[in-house]
Unconditional design. Sequence first.
Length: 138
Amino acid sequence: MEIYQTTLQLPAFTRGFHIITQEVVEAIEAFELSVGIAHLFLQHTSASLTINENADPSVREDMENFFSDVCDDKPYYIHTYEGSDDMPAHIKSSLLGNSLSIPIQDAKLALGMWQGIYLGEHRDYASSRTIVITIYGV
């Protein structure tokens, strides 16, 4: 068993859900593993990682609308030091999570045909995002 690690630096994205599958694929290609697991860890508390529909962009829009409806503009939020979008961003990040584990099979991420890796950007004015990718494989 070999363990590898790399860091993926993503540019700042607008608020919403963005497919980052290709960026992740490119980050792990150099390791040339036929079988293993890629673990992705997002080093931020106001963004998230999830896997969902990769074909129809309306899914990403519906995801943003749902999470905004559930989490945004609550009068009881106390944590507003970084703006009114900060606490909702933390809640969305907790609900969706900041890490994923994806099998590597035949030297590729073993995602289903309609699956893509999403970065959920939950801030109105975000900065770049960093993902630590740890790969366990043979």
